[in-house]
Each structure stands twice: as structure tokens, then as C-alpha cells.
Design a protein around this ligand. Structure first.
Ligand code: FPP
Length: 256
């Protein structure tokens, strides 16, 4: 099985790690990624946009493997935002099928690696087939102690905060919570990420320099790294380049 895995996940690529990457140095515990540029990647090749999303799925596999190999503990991938429903119906349908496609081909290997899958986002609006695939993956991997791979799906940072505040307001009204108990820690505990540390590093591809409603609360002190590379072209080399730059950053959290 291990041999099969090594072949499937291409262990020899380990050699492509850049010399400057300090494995004994600071490895971000949590890396979040805004995977942008699938549509432009497809346009450049005169392909339908969905071909870019399928190519993007392959990049997910490559980058998760690269992260696991250097000891990253949490990866959060922005796969579908609360605003992405505004896209053409065909594209939305395609994007909603990607999680099950990805999991049907990759879940066994991910389990062998000890990966735990989690979904972050609002489950209510998801088609049942999408939700089923994700819940099954969550259930099958719930006891795994390796890298935790979070798919932010039907996720919006403001939506997450609004939902949390609504629950807290109801609890205050019911007398279960006092207004003075609303600390930063308490608010964090009402978010999808309640059991996950904030991201240390955010990567965004495709040259766009914005957060697009992603993890607005959690990114307060995150190091940001942007690249012009379109997501389907993003490789482990690019990922390690981001890690090397992260290793050179001084994080002060507002102190001197
Ligand atoms: C943004 O690019 C990308 C998305 C909205 C979808 C991201 C999804 C994937 C990379 C695949 C997810 C994989 C799994 C396993 C669920 P865009 O379409 O906005 O690109 P553009 O800005 O060039 O048009």
C-alpha cells in the first residue's frame, strides 16, 4: 500500500524543495489559500471555465501533499464562497460536484496519510450530494491525527460572523449569556474555526490583492502572500516559495 501511495503521491518530487526552506525552522501551523484564477487559466487555453476548476482540483492535491510533507498541521482551501452562487448555473453545478469527485478519487490516499477532512461554511444551501460526500469524509476521517484539510465551501467571512452574532444575541436575550462575556475568545468559539488556530499564512493566487470575504476575523494577524500564478499552475515549488518568504518574516502581533 505504501508503495502504491508513494507512486500516486509522487514522493520523488520531495527533491524539488528549495534549498532555502528550513525544515527545522518556522513551519506555519495553518496555511489558508484563496485559489484564484481557474477561469483565466481556462480562457487562455480557449477551454470552458469548468476545465480550469478541474485543473485546479489537481493543484489542490499537489499542494496538500507538499504541505503534509513539511509538517503543516492545517490547510484551509477557499473552494466556494457565499457570493459564488451568482455564477452561471452550469458552473455552480460543476463546482458543487467537485468535492465528491475529489473525495471519490483521493479520500483513501488521504486517509492513509492520516488526513482529517472538515467543511467550513453554511451547510443549509448545499445540494444533498455535495453535503453527503463531505459529511461522509468528515465522519471517516474524524479520528485522524495528521494534517487537517478544511474546505471552505459556501463560506463567507461576514456570513460566518453574522450567524455567530445572531446565536449570541439569542443567548443574551434568553439570559444564557451576559453582554460582558462577549470577549474575543468567546466570539472565536462561535465560528466554524472554533477548534482551529488562526491561519499563520494566507496565499492568494492570480494577482488579485484582496481578501474576498475570506476568514475576516481569523486573518487579523496572518502573514499575507500574493502571487501572479494562476491556481491551476500553482505547484509545490510555488508553495515552498511562499513558506520560505514566511520564514523570513518577523511576526510582532502589534508589539515591537
Ligand atoms: C476562483 O477562480 C476559484 C473558484 C471559485 C473555485 C475554486 C475551486 C477549486 C480550485 C477546485 C476545488 C477543489 C476541490 C477539491 C473542492 P475563478 O473561477 O474566480 O477564476 P477567474 O478569476 O480567473 O475567473
Amino acid at each position: 500500500m505504501l508503495e502504491h501511495l508513494a507512486r500516486k503521491w509522487g514522493r520523488k518530487e520531495k527533491q524539488s524543495e528549495p534549498a532555502e526552506l528550513d525544515r527545522s525552522g518556522k513551519i506555519p501551523e495553518h496555511v489558508a489559500i484563496i485559489m484564484d484564477g481557474n477561469g483565466r487559466w481556462a480562457n487562455k487555453r480557449s477551454l470552458p471555465r469548468v476545465a480550469g476548476h478541474r485543473a485546479g482540483m489537481k493543484a489542490v492535491k499537489e499542494v496538500v501533499k507538499a504541505a503534509d510533507e513539511i509538517g503543516v498541521r492545517y490547510m484551509t482551501m477557499y473552494a466556494f464562497s457565499t457570493e459564488n452562487w451568482k455564477r452561471p448555473r452550469d458552473e455552480v453545478d460543476f463546482l458543487m460536484k467537485l468535492p465528491q469527485e475529489f473525495l471519490s478519487t483521493e479520500l483513501d490516499e488521504l486517509i492513509e496519510r492520516g488526513v482529517r477532512i472538515r467543511m467550513l461554511g453554511s451547510k443549509n444551501e448545499l445540494p444533498s450530494h455535495t453535503l453527503k460526500a463531505l459529511l461522509e469524509a468528515e465522519e471517516r476521517t474524524k479520528d485522524n491525527s495528521g494534517l487537517q484539510l478544511n474546505f471552505a465551501l459556501n463560506y463567507g467571512g461576514r456570513d460566518e460572523l453574522a450567524k455567530a452574532f445572531s446565536v449570541m444575541a439569542a443567548q443574551v436575550k434568553a439570559g444564557e449569556l451576559q453582554p460582558e462575556q462577549l470577549t474575543e475568545e468567546l466570539i472565536s468559539s462561535y465560528l466554524y474555526t472554533s477548534e482551529i488556530p488562526d491561519p499563520d499564512l494566507l496565499i492568494r493566487t492570480s494577482g488579485e490583492i484582496r481578501l474576498s470575504n475570506f476568514m475576516l476575523w481569523q486573518l487579523a494577524y496572518t502573514e499575507l502572500w500574493f502571487t501572479d500564478v494562476l491556481w491551476p499552475d500553482f505547484t509545490r515549488e510555488h508553495f515552498y516559495q511562499a513558506i520560505v518568504e514566511y520564514q523570513g518574516r518577523a511576526r510582532r502581533y502589534g508589539a515591537v
